[in-house]
Write a protein of this length. Structure first.
Length: 256
């Protein structure tokens, strides 16, 4: 026998916080700006706010000189820079980086953009330390050093959907990164991951719709897609022409 238990409604606001708990929270867990001011504003990455619009706030939270989000996609001969949001870089950075990706090596840093190593997925990593150990940073030498950024540290998260890279998200600084900055980036990575994942799924939906439209229109005969109740959901040009002259004759029986 199945039973359902309903939790009693509790007015949580009526339960006061203990002073000791508030003190621990304030000293150990509350995020603050570099000058010690509490961070009270909420970053909205789940709504219509553009990523570029919130990057200045992200840079302030991380207390770094540069904050960036970028994505790459397979190009004709290399990688295409499919997404680029940054604050703090020289104006020419986007063009330089895009040109480098189009003609540079497939592995241009310390990770594989086509399938990032499992140990680097969705983790906060100071990637410049990896580059120092492996020497695998063509982008550092060919793009950043000419801009005077060769000595800057990189703190980043490779935001991934399974083995697939959604985007690079992180910061650059001329000062050593702190534990607090790692904590802040880890917290910011969660809403940024959600945002990039939603955008990818929306794009996939658009591609699927476009492919379906092209397939239907390629058929020479009238074609309909109907739901379980027989309501027409999609149709091609031939089907529209048929409906325009034989509306009353079209039934779910002769569609099938």
């Amino acid at each position: 026998m199945n039973s359902v238990m309903k939790a009693a409604d509790v007015e949580t606001s009526a339960i006061p916080f203990q002073e000791a708990s508030l003190d621990i929270w304030d000293k150990k867990y509350r995020l603050t700006t570099k000058d010690g001011q509490p961070i009270s504003q909420r970053l909205d990455l789940d709504g219509s706010t553009g990523i570029g619009d919130v990057l200045p706030r992200i840079r302030d939270l991380l207390a770094t000189e540069i904050a960036c989000v970028y994505s790459v996609a397979e190009g004709d001969s290399g990688w295409d820079l499919s997404r680029y949001h940054a604050i703090g870089f020289p104006f020419s950075m986007q063009r330089r980086f895009g040109e480098f990706l189009a003609s540079g090596p497939r592995r241009f840093g310390v990770y594989d953009p086509g399938c990032p190593e499992p140990s680097q997925r969705n983790r906060v990593i100071e990637s410049t330390r990896l580059a120092a150990r492996t020497g695998e940073s063509f982008a550092l030498k060919q793009v950043l050093e000419p801009l005077g950024l060769g000595e800057y540290g990189h703190l980043r998260v490779l935001l991934c959907e399974g083995p697939s890279l959604l985007g690079w998200f992180g910061a650059m600084s001329g000062e050593p990164f702190t534990a607090r900055q790692r904590t802040v980036l880890r917290a910011l990575a969660k809403p940024m991951h959600r945002r990039l994942l939603v955008e990818r799924r929306i794009e996939r939906g658009k591609l699927a719709t476009s492919a379906l439209d092209a397939l239907l229109d390629a058929l020479a005969t009238p074609a309909f897609i109907v739901d379980a109740r027989g309501k027409i959901r999609e149709l091609n040009h031939s089907a529209r022409a048929l409906l325009a002259t034989h509306t009353q004759a079209i039934t779910i029986a002769n569609i099938q």
